[in-house]
Design a binder for this molecule. Structure first.
Ligand code: BES
Ligand code: ZN
Ligand code: ZN
Length: 511
């Protein structure tokens, strides 16, 4: 969809023009003064700019009496020139939130994208107090809702809507800033949709050999970016025994994609942030095989790596003046006669031995070695993102991202960025008792605790063993929020959500 900003309103230009309406609560006038009972406040229609023709048409309508601009209320009228005026109810405008605006814009897109090839939304009535911020939210909603994954469908889902103008009566002097908001949001949403494509792709297309190639092809286009990809031999040379144990049964080689972005304007004291992503292109569970229903959709077990790559891509395309590294641990977890059997003891890159009691707790094994590798580059902060545990769904539901950290300040900053991005995130504990529960008798550690209780916290505690002293670290468990966010109209009901990318971008910009 071609999305542009229009200054001034040219109503005849498109088939459809969308106007906003909202309701205001006013004190009802008490008609009979003799009545002692107080009149109830009334909800009345209120709106900003409506052209004269629309106002006149609306006034003549009988049903207009009942139209109060409630949230979800809509009315469409045909104008003299044949175009349609759609009045979109927003409810009480003073109660409208930024996320509410995102949701209503997503619903608006869904209502019009199948019916009209060209449309204009008159945005001024939609925007809240901070106009640029709400313009950004509206743009995000439009571009994220437009996303479809139809590459394997014989009939594509191309929407009718091809050209959308966001029209405003704002002074032309705002053009530069507003256009910058739209352009920047387009870059971010393109990166989010790129990650969604990777996550949604089937494992028979996207495996641990094709996935790194896709990333490399894309990363080659990025400025100030260096790419290093470690294959099986290099991973063996690095002595990543845990990573290799997960890959042991695979038909495909494992890969560690290491990207560095360093903007020349990033000051000497600029924080170096490293993002680490779990990239399991499919998780069968290995010998600790998942039952059929739990295995379905395990193609999305590489969502963490796609999310961190999307953050990296957006940072580089926006040429932000920062230093950022990105490490993707890519393999699948399958079964064959070469597979790692439970009870195996392997040596991690950091020299510690680990008893693999459950081959389905594989994400922490890959991440442990990759986090240790990332520590070599002495980042100030490491944030790993992973679909690590089913237990996070039990703890937080499928709507909330679990946050674990060894640094309360970092945790607080991430929570703030999540709030700024209207994404749900909750701070979870890391305690010594959980770490102790991961100590083994015949090896230094074991990869699961003695009881499944607190599964997500124990998974996080395991990864922390591989974070070197002095490095602030956070772990985001996205097993719940990674896909199928049906409660968010700007996310597909089924398939990759792309959540947490906006939060991480907010964080790296401010760090
Ligand atoms: N990839 C899964 C986690 C997962 C489960 C993501 C459900 C999304 C939905 C992970 O590798 C896994 O299997 N974890 C185990 C850990 C357990 C064996 C300690 C789990 O959650 O059951
Ligand atoms: Zn698993
Ligand atoms: Zn997994």
């Amino acid at each position: 969809m071609d999305l542009t900003l229009g200054f001034g309103l040219n109503e005849s230009a498109t088939e459809l023009v969308v106007y906003s309406a909202h309701n205001k609560t006013v004190e009802a006038k008490n008609k009979s003064t003799s009545k002692k009972t107080e009149a109830k406040p009334e909800k009345v229609l209120s709106h900003g700019h409506w052209p004269k023709e629309l106002q006149e048409k609306f006034n003549k309508l009988k049903i207009a009496k009942d139209f109060k601009g409630e949230a979800g209320e809509t009315l469409s009228l045909t104008m003299e020139n044949g175009s349609v005026a759609l009045i979109w109810g927003l409810g009480d405008k003073s109660k409208m939130t930024r996320e509410g605006l995102r949701k209503t814009t997503a619903n608006l897109y869904k209502a019009i994208s199948g019916k009209y090839a060209e449309a204009t939304i008159f945005v001024d009535g939609f925007l809240g107090k901070d106009k640029e911020e709400s313009l950004k939210a509206m743009t995000e909603a439009l571009l994220l809702t437009e996303y479809v994954f139809d590459r394997h469908l014989s009939v594509k889902k191309t929407p009718k809507l091809q050209k959308l103008t966001l029209a405003t009566e704002e002074k032309k002097t705002a053009a530069k800033k507003w256009e910058a908001v739209i352009n920047e949001t387009q870059v971010v949403c393109k990166a989010i949709n790129f990650a969604r494509d990777l996550i949604n792709e089937s494992p028979n297309y996207l495996n641990s050999e094709t996935y790194p190639k896709e990333v490399e092809k894309d990363a080659k286009k990025l400025k100030h970016t260096k790419i290093k990809i470690l294959g099986r031999k290099e991973i063996q040379k690095e002595k990543m025994g845990m990573f290799l144990a997960v890959n042991a049964a695979s038909h495909y080689d494992p890969h560690l994609v290491h990207l560095t972005y360093s903007h020349p304007k990033a000051g000497k004291n600029a924080k170096h942030i490293a993002l680490v992503g779990k990239g399991l292109t499919f998780d069968t569970g290995g010998y600790s095989l998942k039952p059929g229903p739990s295995m379905m959709n395990m193609k999305f077990d590489m969502a963490g790596s796609a999310v961190v790559y999307a953050v990296f891509k957006a940072v580089a395309e926006l040429e932000l003046p920062i230093k950022l590294s990105c490490f993707l641990g890519i393999t699948d977890n399958t079964i064959s006669n070469h597979g790692t059997v439970p009870d195996s003891i392997v040596t991690a890159r950091n020299g510690k031995t680990v008893k693999i009691l459950n081959t389905d707790a594989e994400g922490r094994l890959v991440l442990g070695d990759v986090v240790d590798y990332a520590c070599d580059y002495k980042p100030d902060v490491i944030i790993d993102v992973a679909t690590l545990t089913g237990a996070i769904l039990v703890a937080l539901g499928s709507e909330v991202c679990g946050l674990f950290s060894n640094d309360d300040k970092l945790a607080h900053e991430l929570l703030k960025s999540a709030k700024n991005s209207d994404e749900y995130m909750w701070h979870m504990p890391i305690i010594d008792e959980h770490k102790n529960d991961l100590k083994a008798i015949m090896a230094d550690y074991k990869n699961i605790g003695s009881s499944p209780n607190g599964g997500s916290a124990k998974g996080a505690a395991f990864i922390q063993y591989f974070v070197r002293d002095g490095i602030s670290w956070a772990h985001l468990d996205i097993a719940g929020i990674g896909d199928s966010q049906a409660h968010l109209p700007y996310c597909p009901t089924k398939g990759a959500s792309g959540l947490v990318i906006r939060t991480l971008l907010d964080y790296v910009r401010k760090a």
